[in-house]
Ligand binder design. Structure first.
Ligand SMILES: [Zn+2]
Length: 221
């Protein structure tokens, strides 16, 4: 694998992008965290990639420009369960965060690190409570819960080892979206693939799943 930094002018604005060349059949252009990311087969000409980006520029620009991080130290805010909190940093050298009213206090200069630890605990509490309450719907007593920093997914179900895994970034989303991810992953204990049966089983336990699923599609990881 080989990464290459490039840039392209779209509507008079320069956008940097990274190309990763790998063994694959066709070019994939994605926007992740407001950045253009390209994967392409070995020996693809940059001109070919650029023309593909140009062809899809409206969609790509919209996606890049609408990106807002969930946590911004620079702009002093963070989203927790869909709510925006003002970020107050008081460096006491402690990896601790506390919520008071509409503010989230971070007592460390390592804001990301402190928040990550806080988020992991908070998300775990929420997930374990919700999952425990939902397990009877799946005729199960216990599952292992894991929280990780995934890049392109909200969750995973490892049904063979009785484990569900969730993206730490879920902490930023509204609870109705987190609940959708929980139900989605638990449904994989019934049906491994995204088959018709899968969605039937999901709809039985979460009749409005489609609304949530669509809302989640509009949400960046
Ligand atoms: Zn799935």
């Amino acid at each position: 694998m080989r990464d290459m930094k490039q840039s392209i002018i779209l509507n008079n604005k320069e956008y940097p992008y990274t190309v990763t060349f790998k063994k694959m059949r066709s070019i994939i252009v994605k926007v992740r965290a407001g950045q253009l990311i390209v994967s392409a087969p070995y020996y693809t000409a940059i001109e070919t990639i650029d023309s593909l980006i140009q062809k899809n520029k409206e969609k790509l620009i919209k996606s890049m420009e609408s990106y807002k991080p969930y946590l911004s130290v620079e702009d002093h805010y963070v989203y927790v369960f869909g709510k925006k909190y003002e970020l107050v940093i008081r460096d006491l050298g402690k990896k601790i965060c506390r919520i008071h009213d509409d503010k989230l206090y971070v007592y460390s200069r390592n804001v990301e690190g402190a928040f990550e630890q806080f988020a992991k605990e908070l998300l775990y509490q929420y997930l374990s409570k919700k999952i425990e309450a939902s397990l009877p719907l799946f005729s199960k007593n216990h599952v292992k819960i894991e929280i990780k920093k995934y890049k392109g997914r909200w969750g995973s179900c490892f049904y063979k080892v009785n484990k569900v895994s969730f993206n730490l970034s879920l902490i930023h989303l509204k609870k109705e979206l987190i609940d959708y991810v929980i139900m989605h992953e638990l449904t994989h204990f019934i049906e491994a693939n995204h088959s018709k049966r899968f969605y039937h089983e999901l709809a039985m336990r979460m009749p409005d799943y489609l609304i949530r699923q669509n809302a989640l599609k509009e949400t960046h990881v």
